[in-house]
Design a binder for this molecule. Structure first.
Ligand code: AMP
Ligand code: ZN
Length: 119
């Protein structure tokens, strides 16, 4: 069923606690944890607890959880003191855009200059 945990999904295992992560924030619908391979001084992933393969399918199925992910991204940025210097929220979608984990997630990146357009 849509949104149900997937046995072979790394981020579902982080939600369940089967795989450890450095969790910085948690709500009833989301978890935020530090990226294991950070691309900036602050690099946090915000995920819905429900499993959807990408941001668009999450948004189509669960607008509330989508809003929760975006709100939590902002709260992470504020906690990490990125809201004055600026930060970027990225949803890589599809392998051609660099998506490697097919459980929707927002990258929150900041703490260094961020070029535009991104690579
Ligand atoms: P993406 O390439 O957009 O799908 O992002 C997946 C992200 O998950 C990458 O930035 C990885 O570094 C990160 N990642 C992979 N495994 C883990 C893990 N066990 N804990 C935290 N972050 C992870
Ligand atoms: Zn999952």
């Amino acid at each position: 069923m849509a949104g149900e945990p997937q046995a072979d999904c790394l981020f579902c295992k982080i939600v369940s606690g089967e795989v450890p992560a450095t969790v910085v924030r948690e709500t009833d619908t989301t978890v935020a944890f530090r990226d294991i391979n950070p691309q900036a001084p602050t690099h946090v992933l915000v995920i819905p607890k429900a499993h959807y393969p990408d941001a668009a399918s999450l948004a189509a199925a669960d607008p509330r959880a989508t809003a929760d992910v975006l709100r939590e991204a902002g709260s992470v940025a504020a906690e990490e003191k990125l809201d004055e210097t600026g930060y970027r929220v990225v949803f890589n979608t599809g392998s051609g855009a660099g998506q490697t984990v097919f459980h929707a997630h927002a990258h929150v990146l900041g703490g260094r200059g961020l070029n535009w357009p991104p690579g």
